[in-house]
Design a protein around this ligand. Structure first.
Ligand code: PDD
Length: 279
C-alpha cells in the first residue's frame, strides 16, 4: 500500500513517525475518513471543510484543501483503487517537537499522512439489522472536532463488541448524542429525529446526506435532543456513518426495537442513499 507522508508517496511500511510527534505524545491531531465508491470520492469537499474546522478550532495551521484533494486522488490512483470501494484516511498532527504541553514553535511543520484501505462490506448486516449498547458519554465538550483523541470511543466500542453488539451509543445527561463512530437517529411518529449538530456531536457527513434525503422523500425531520427515557417509544433507530452508511438498529442492550427488523423508513433511506451514491 502506498501512503502519502509529509510530501512524499512511500510504501506504508516505510512511514516513520517520530516518537516526538505530538500526535503520538498528546493525541494532538485531527483526522478524516472519506469513502470512495469505485474510485470516486463521496462528498469530499464536505469532509475537507470539516477537516479545516477541526484544524481551526485546535489553532493548527490551515492546509491547502486543493492540494489535499490531489493527494487523496493520487493515493487512490497509486494503489489501483479506481474500481474498488475504499476508505481514505487523512491525519494531520501539530508536528514533531520536544515534549512540552504548550504549542511548539510556529515554524514546526505539521505531520500529514494519507492512506487508503479496501473496504470489506459487513455481509448481511443490512438484512438483519444491528445491535447497539448505550454507554455514558465520557467525552469532552468539543465532539465537533474530529480529534484523534478517541479513547472514550475506543473503550465504548470495545464494550459493545464484548457484549455482542456492533456499536456503542453515548448518553450524556439523559440525552442520546451519537455512536462511538456513527451518528444516531430515531423515528418517532414518522418523524426522523437526530441530535443537533453542536459541540456534543460530530457533524456527520452521512447524517447531513440522510437529512437532505428525508426532505426529498417527504420524511419530516427534527434536529433535537433524544431523551434516553423516550427511546423505547421510537418505531425505528438507525446509526449513520461513512463506513456503515445507514444501519438499522434492531436491538438496544436487551430490548428489541419495533418488530426486530429494519423498518420502512430505514429501508426507504437505504434505497435512496444507494441511488444518491450511484448518481
Ligand atoms: N467516524 N460520530 C463520530 C463520533 C464519528 O467518529 C463518525 C465517523 C461519525 C459519522 O460521521 P461521517 O458520516 O462523516 O462518517 C459520527 C469515522 C468513520 C471513524 O472514526 O472511523
Amino acid at each position: 500500500m502506498i501512503a502519502y507522508f509529509n510530501g512524499q508517496y512511500v510504501s506504508k511500511e516505510d512511514v516513520k513517525i517520530s516518537p516526538d510527534d505530538r500526535g503520538f505524545l498528546f493525541a494532538d491531531g485531527v483526522y478524516e475518513v472519506i469513502r470512495s465508491y469505485g474510485g470516486r470520492l463521496f462528498n469530499v469537499d464536505d469532509h475537507l471543510s470539516r477537516l479545516s474546522h477541526s484544524l481551526r478550532e485546535l489553532h493548527m495551521a490551515p492546509v491547502s484543501l486543493a492540494h489535499l484533494k490531489t493527494v487523496v486522488d493520487q493515493v487512490i490512483h497509486r494503489n489501483n483503487l479506481e474500481n474498488e470501494d475504499a476508505t481514505l484516511y487523512i491525519q494531520i498532527t501539530r508536528g514533531v517537537a520536544p515534549r512540552k504541553h504548550p504549542f511548539p514553535d510556529p515554524e514546526t511543520s505539521p505531520t500529514v499522512y494519507v492512506s487508503a484501505s479496501v473496504l470489506q462490506p459487513s455481509p448481511g448486516e443490512w438484512e438483519t439489522g444491528i445491535a447497539i449498547i448505550l454507554v455514558p458519554d465520557l467525552r469532552w465538550g468539543r465532539c465537533d472536532i474530529k480529534s484523534v483523541g478517541l479513547l472514550p470511543n475506543v473503550l465504548a466500542c470495545q464494550q459493545a463488541k464484548e457484549r455482542g453488539a456492533s456499536e456503542a451509543v453515548f448518553v450524556r445527561d439523559g440525552v442520546i448524542t451519537e455512536g462511538s463512530h456513527t451518528s444516531f437517529c430515531a423515528v418517532f411518529d414518522g418523524q426522523l429525529v437526530t441530535h443537533p449538530a453542536n459541540n456534543y456531536i460530530l457533524a456527520g457527513i452521512t447524517r447531513r446526506v440522510v437529512l437532505d434525503l428525508c426532505v426529498t422523500l417527504g420524511i419530516p425531520v427534527k434536529e433535537s435532543p433524544i431523551l434516553e427515557r423516550t427511546l423505547k417509544r421510537a418505531s425505528e433507530l438507525m446509526v449513520l456513518g461513512t463506513t456503515s452508511e445507514i444501519a438499522a438498529v434492531v436491538r438496544v442492550d436487551d430490548w428489541i426495537v419495533g418488530d426486530g427488523k429494519p423498518g420502512p423508513i430505514a429501508s426507504k433511506l437505504k434505497r435512496a442513499f444507494g441511488d444518491f451514491v450511484q448518481a
